[in-house]
Design a protein around this ligand. Structure first.
Ligand SMILES: [Zn+2]
Length: 338
């Protein structure tokens, strides 16, 4: 692959397979199977870019590789632009029952008509057309039947790629027509590399990789849950403080202080809103609505004072003052002793 890229982490098996292929030896339809978050759709997207890249085939590794600079690649790289020979649809294929009274489902974003039209269109650039149906699922068996028509008479020059984490749910009549490639779980170092590419810092990339168990999706969700834990810790601390207790300040560390104070400010804003506008006040912390409603009313003047002290605490938090000291100031502000 002289001067060309194929920027996909892992997926050695699929890379080896497509590395042996030529445009003429490609199958009509593939199924990329594997757990969520192991790179099936990313691979499909990069494969599509490779197949449509204008770089000479002799420069590619099989059919893999793109220059990133040709007209076609620029369409893949720019936000909002779409390559006319590439169609991507993620999620349930909601193709209506042609015999039903309604015909088509409402609100569907890929209809049978769209799909049939896409499959029968001529290539815009005179090369291949690539259709990616990611996380494929069919709303009805009629939806699946629309796809079966493709296999009965596959149009020339179309490559169809389906991805699924649950290939066993596909109709055997569909699955048997697909070339199935397995995408294994990623190694921890590979998850870390992808998270770094996505813009996570070293620390979170490492944490996500160790929690992700081979899946980028799981890694990101674990990192999100971590924030949830911080949020719920702080909310728990807040309600106990307002209740007159002096709970442990476990949430307050150098890393969490700033974010923690933001959570506390939003809780105090909601507390104030409930006191002034009553139960129908629009809340920021909807997840704590019932706890907030159970709080004693906060006088507007006191609310302004508390929010002012939280702002002071936030400024202090950005200095060398110890996190425990800052949270103690917040506790006193919340209990009217600050
Ligand atoms: Zn290109």
């Amino acid at each position: 692959m002289s001067g060309l890229h194929f920027d996909v982490v892992g997926a050695e098996g699929p890379k080896a397979y497509f590395g042996r292929m030529t445009v003429d030896s490609l199958a009509h339809a593939y199924l990329f199977a594997g757990a969520p978050g192991v790179g099936k759709k990313t691979f499909a997207l990069r494969l599509a870019q490779s197949l449509l890249c204008e770089a000479p085939a002799s420069a590619k590794d099989g059919v893999l590789g793109y220059d990133g600079t040709c007209h076609s690649c620029r369409l893949f790289n720019s936000e909002g632009a779409r390559h006319p020979d590439f169609l991507e649809h993620i999620g349930i294929l909601k193709i209506g029952d042609p015999d039903a009274a309604m015909g088509f489902y409402e609100g569907e974003d890929l209809t049978a008509r769209d799909l049939v039209r896409q499959l029968s269109m001529q290539s815009y650039s005179g090369g291949l057309r690539v259709l990616l149906l990611g996380d494929i699922d069919f709303a009805t068996h009629h939806a699946a039947n629309a796809l079966l028509k493709f296999f009965e008479e596959p149009p020339r020059g179309v490559v169809l790629i389906l991805t699924s984490a649950t290939p066993g749910r596909l109709l055997p009549t569909i699955r048997s027509r697909l070339i199935e490639l397995r995408f294994p779980l990623l190694a921890q170092a590979q998850v870390r590399e992808i998270l770094l590419q996505m813009g996570y810092d070293q620390e979170h990339a490492q944490l996500g990789a160790s929690l992700g168990q081979g899946s980028v999706t799981r890694a990101i969700s674990a990192l999100g849950d971590d924030d949830e834990t911080l949020r719920s810790q702080i909310a728990g601390w807040f309600f106990r403080v307002v209740d007159g207790e002096t709970p442990e300040e476990g949430w307050a560390s150098r890393e969490t202080l700033d974010e923690g104070l933001e959570v506390l400010k939003s809780l105090v804003r909601d507390w104030t809103a409930l006191a002034t506008a009553g139960d129908r006040a629009p809340l920021i912390c909807v997840d704590y609505a019932s706890e907030l409603r159970a709080l004693p009313a906060l006088a507007p003047a006191d609310a302004i004072a508390v929010i002012g002290k939280l702002d002071d605490a936030q400024r202090l938090a950005r200095t060398n003052v110890s996190p425990a000291m800052v949270s103690e100031l917040v506790r006193m502000a919340l209990t009217g002793k600050g």
